[in-house]
Write a protein that binds this ligand. Structure first.
Ligand code: 2AM
Ligand code: CA
Length: 286
C-alpha cells in the first residue's frame, strides 16, 4: 500500500526512544568487548584529545542502526567532525535546519576507555527543531541505561529518576572535568575548581561529561559544570536532567540550547549559587 502519510516509512514501526535505547545498548556492549583490544590510538586536536578505532567503529554502528529506521533524519556525530571548537560549531550550524537531528557521542570518556577506567558511555540524543526530545546515556561498565523522553520523565532501568534535595553548595557533591584543551578551557575550569572546591562537600571528576550529567539526574551528584564541551557531550544528559526536576543552562545562567559549550547542570536548588560562584571567580568562559 502506498504510504499516504508525510511521515517517512519506519522499519518495524519502532519509536524514536526504542531505537535510541537499542542502539546505545548494543553499541555499548560492543565497545566493552573491545576494552584493551584495539590497535591504534590517534591524537586529534592535542595529545590529550584522543580517538581510537573503537570510537569510529561505534559511531558507524550507531549511524547505521539509526538510519535503518529513520533514513530521512539528520545525524551529527563526534567522529564525523574535524577536531577543534571552530569545526564543531560549524558542524552544528550545518545541521541547524534539520527537523529531526540525532546527536551522538559514540564514546564519551575515550581517555577512560583507553586506560580501562570503567567510566565511559554512549550518548545518543534526538532533537526536533533544535529541542532535545529523547536522551539516552548508556554505561556498559555498570550496565546502567539512563533514558529520558520530553514530557515523560527520565528513568534508569525502570526507576523514575529525581534530582537530589541538597539546597546548599556546602552539603553538595559536585562534578566537573579537566578539559583536554589546555590553552583555553583548562585554565578557566581550574579557576572554577579553585573557587568551588572549598565551598562544596567535595568535588568529583571521572572523565565523562554525559555520565556526570546522568548522575545529576539520578541525584548521585547535585551539580556538574564544565567549560569547552561539545553538543554531543551534553545533549542527552541535558534532557535527563530536565526530566528529573533539574536545571541545565550555560555557565552564565542562559537557557540550554544545542550550541552551549560551557554548561551547568544541577538539581535546580543549588543552580543559582553555583552559577554565581563561577561568575564571581570569572570562570564562566573564554
Ligand atoms: P570525549 O571523551 O567524548 O572526548 C572530560 O573533561 C570531558 O570532556 C569528556 O566528556 C570528553 O569527551 C570531553 N572532551 C574531551 N576532549 C574534548 C575536546 N577537545 N573538546 C571538548 N570536549 C572534550
Ligand atoms: Ca567521544
Amino acid at each position: 500500500m502506498e504510504n499516504v502519510n508525510k511521515e517517512p516509512y519506519v522499519v518495524g514501526g519502532k519509536s524514536y526512544t526504542a531505537v535510541a535505547i537499542n542502539t546505545a545498548a548494543k553499541t555499548g556492549q560492543w565497545i566493552k568487548s573491545k576494552l584493551g583490544d584495539f590497535n591504534s590510538i590517534d591524537v586529534k586536536y592535542s595529545s590529550q584529545d584522543l580517538v581510537t578505532e573503537v570510537d569510529k567503529g561505534s559511531e558507524k554502528m550507531i549511524r547505521k542502526l539509526i538510519m535503518t529506521h529513520f533514513p530521512q533524519h539528520s545525524f551529527l556525530g563526534e567522529e564525523g567532525v574535524e577536531p577543534g571548537p571552530a569545526a564543531s560549531a560549524l558542524a552544528l550550524q550545518n545541521v541547524s535546519h534539520a527537523e529531526y537531528l540525532w546527536i551522538v557521542d559514540p564514546i564519551d570518556g575515550t581517555t577512560n576507555f583507553i586506560h580501562g577506567f570503567p567510566f565511559y558511555t554512549v550518548s545518543i540524543a534526538l532533537a526536533y527543531k533544535g529541542e532535545v526530545i529523547v536522551g539516552v546515556v548508556y554505561d556498559p561498565s555498570s550496565d546502567e541505561l539512563f533514558v529520558a523522553e520530553k514530557g515523560k520523565g527520565a528513568y534508569v532501568h525502570g526507576k523514575k529518576m529525581q534530582v537530589s534535595a541538597d539546597d546548599k553548595l556546602s552539603n553538595s557533591l559536585i562534578a566537573t572535568g579537566f578539559p583536554s584543551d589546555r590553552n583555553t578551557a583548562l585554565p578557566i575550569n581550574l579557576k572554577g575548581i579553585q573557587s568551588i572546591a572549598p565551598k562544596v562537600r567535595n568535588i568529583r571528576s571521572a572523565g565523562s561529561a554525559a555520565l556526570h550529567l546522568a548522575y545529576v539526574a539520578d541525584g548521585r551528584l547535585s551539580g556538574f559544570w564544565e567549560i569547552g564541551l561539545n553538543s554531543w557531550d551534553i545533549a542527552a544528559g541535558a534532557l535527563l536532567i530536565q526530566e528529573s526536576g533539574g536545571t541545565i543552562t550555560d555557565t552564565e545562567g542562559k537557557p540550554y540550547s544545542l550550541a552551549v559549550r560551557n554548561v551547568i547542570g544541577s538539581n535546580t536548588l543549588i543552580h543559582g549559587e553555583l552559577q554565581q560562584e563561577l561568575s564571581a571567580a570569572e570562570a564562566t568562559g573564554f
